[in-house]
Write a protein that binds this ligand. Structure first.
Ligand SMILES: Nc1ncnc2c1ncn2[C@@H]1O[C@H](COP(=O)(O)OP(=O)(O)OP(=O)(O)O)[C@@H](O)[C@H]1O
Ligand SMILES: [Mg+2]
Length: 260
């Protein structure tokens, strides 16, 4: 971690984030730095605060206290639109796809490309949306044989690719956040999605990936942040630790030398 941290720029810094729900302190001084170009895994038991941390970053539920900095500048993220404007894109576990629409329809959902017909009225530019969708899928090295099919008929892995495609379509994505990208997928599909994450990583995309699956976490991440009781209890460099070390951090049996 030391060498990586020294070489890379802090991209997103979350400092002392607080979030209360009645008596529950979902975030209790959570502090985490994501470096440019890294794949940072976020792990922790149910209720540890992972989703709440991501929602603070994505503008879904702004924190009650603490500070978020983007490339060193303090930012406030009061809405998902503000997160989008800052280049923070989140793919949620339920994917939120429109099942009756085709692949380009989902990739460009709410953000359609249009062209002008007869010089004055504007119609959807289906050809360009299809072309750009195909270019995006190519970048992800994912093949969907017929992108005109409703996404409700696609496989789980293909649907995950469509949701990621929608998030990374824009040219200026600062941080891609994936919430349990391999949950509820078959073995072959998991391989494809892990491969897709590897492809993005090789292209320099900075990513924060929430996962319960330590096997996958070890395959894809540069570092692993462990949350417990609303705090980031430790951040470790993946290649320097074992799964046992990480499990210890998750359950709170912290050995020496691995806690941040
Ligand atoms: N909207 C809410 N209202 C009340 N309590 C909430 C709300 N959202 C989260 N919490 C509580 O905050 C704590 C952290 O929840 P969070 O969803 O962030 O955990 P998590 O680490 O994502 O867990 P999981 O792995 O189960 O998804 C939990 O105790 C949860 O019950
Ligand atoms: Mg969660």
């Amino acid at each position: 971690m030391q060498e990586a941290a020294a070489a890379a720029m802090p991209l997103v810094e979350m400092v002392g984030l607080e979030k209360r729900f009645g008596g529950v302190r979902a975030l209790n001084g959570a502090t985490l730095t994501i470096y440019e170009g890294e794949t940072l895994a976020l792990v922790g038991d149910n209720g540890a605060g992972k989703s709440t941390l991501v929602k603070a970053l994505s503008g879904v539920q702004p924190p009650d206290g603490g500070e978020i900095r983007l490339k060193g500048q303090p930012v406030t993220i009061p809405s998902t639109r503000d997160a989008g404007a800052l280049g923070i894109e989140v793919v949620y576990q339920d994917l939120a796809l429109a099942n009756s629409l085709d692949v380009p329809g989902n990739v460009f959902l709410g953000d359609e490309l249009t062209r002008t017909r007869w010089g004055w009225f504007s119609v959807p530019d289906d050809r360009r949306m299809l072309q750009e969708t195909e270019a995006t899928l190519e970048r992800l090295r994912i093949r969907i044989p017929d992108p005109r099919r409703p996404v409700g008929t696609l496989s789980g892995g293909q649907r995950q690719a469509v949701a990621i495609g929608r998030a990374i379509r824009k040219p200026d994505i600062t941080l891609l956040v994936l919430d349990e990208p391999t949950a509820a997928l078959g073995v072959e599909e998991v391989k494809k999605v892990l491969g897709l994450i590897g492809t993005l990583k090789s292209q320099g995309q900075s990513m924060l990936v929430i996962s319960h699956d330590l096997e996958h976490v070890f395959q894809i991440s540069d570092r692993i942040a462990v949350m417990r009781s609303g705090r980031v209890q430790g951040v470790v460099t993946t290649k320097d630790v074992t799964k046992t070390d990480v499990v210890r951090l998750i359950v709170g049996d912290i050995g020496t030398g691995v806690a941040a």
